[in-house]
Design a protein around this ligand. Sequence first.
Ligand code: LLP
Length: 423
Amino acid sequence: MSAFTYDTNGDMLAEGVALRTIAQQVGTPFYCYSAAALRAGWQEFADGMRGMNASVCYALKANSNLAVIKLFGDLGAGADIVSVGEMRRALAAGIPGRKIIYSGVGKKPSELMAALQAGIGQINVESSAELETLNAVAGQLGVKADITIRVNPDIDAGTHEKITTGRKENKFGIDIDLARDAFALAGRLPNLKVVGVAMHIGSQLTTLDPYRAAIARVRELIVQLRADGHRIGRFDIGGGLGIVYADETPPSIADFLQVVRRETDGLGCELTFEPGRRLVGEAGVLVGEVILVKPGVSKTFVVVDAAMNDLIRPTLYDAWHDIVPVRQPRPNAATIRCDIVGPICESGDYLAQNRDLPALSAGDLVMIRSAGAYGAVMASSYNSRPLAPEVMVDGTRFAVVRPRPTIDEMLSSERFPPWMEKA
Ligand code: LLP
């Protein structure tokens, strides 16, 4: 059940708190996360993994608010990171270095050095060049780096072209046909210890077949690698499990884990999962206020104070996010066809197009669903709009977990070059 439902008075609640109350105290737009929903997603993984030699490293890129990371960390999660910034967040939220996996196609020597100094548990290497660099950096530090090699199993995950990663033509991982050479190289490099194989085939997957096919391919590779003399003890399956935005029917976490269990049976590998979106997506919403309504000839524009800088997914991926009024419409209320747009000076600044929504007017609040993943983290301050604050609700409590910066704070990091300063 969603954590965001109308109460009997028709007010949209986040768990036990009215979004209207938060809006009054925090202002709009704001992101709101339900702690109960975050915990529920985690619990599904925990239940499904019972009896499996497996662990979850939450993919911070989906939502890296410290409070969100800490919630998962306190429940036992590790972290999947892609930058030193994310590493610092994971550590600051209390996740120990040994439970952190460092992924990414282009890690700089300075970043690899920082990761090794922090005792990061596993580095997922994506190219031969990175193997050499990491070996050199580990040598400088006098340590041995635990690595997996991420292979690209050339499987079409059937997702949006900008978020698919498991095809040959994508930049990610080492082509599965070239993987044995890469493992051979890793085996020769003295400061690397190969511990396993990694994959990640894409994001927002709504069927399990691509996982089945990819795991089967990697499984064959693992058998070959072992015959080549490598000790492959870990299999990192990546993330990618989809959520509901519109009418998708993504598999349950239990079904996903069941498939993985079956496909990896007898392989004797410790498994790692790197879910991001599935743990946070539906647990978060974006709330905005209607600034004005502008009737046009073909459709009506509802201009709200949340914009593409707050949530870029509709503009960037043609993503569909459900939008509902925070005040429940009367049953059978008439609808009008409208675009929900932000105030930014770009035609691409919309949150939804051609939606049939009950009549809205200035001052009404709207809630954009499934915005907990790749929402706040992808926000910018374009048009000098302050980043929307983030709020966490837990039962009847709520707290601002990232405040809205003031304009003064935004300006304070910039400066005039000395030659422009007055004498
Ligand atoms: N592991 C790796 C190596 C990844 O590249 C990703 C996501 C994940 C795990 C987590 O995937 P998830 O479980 O969240 O699907 N901004 C896009 C999504 C980009 C995903 C990139 N990689 C969006 O808004 O749809």
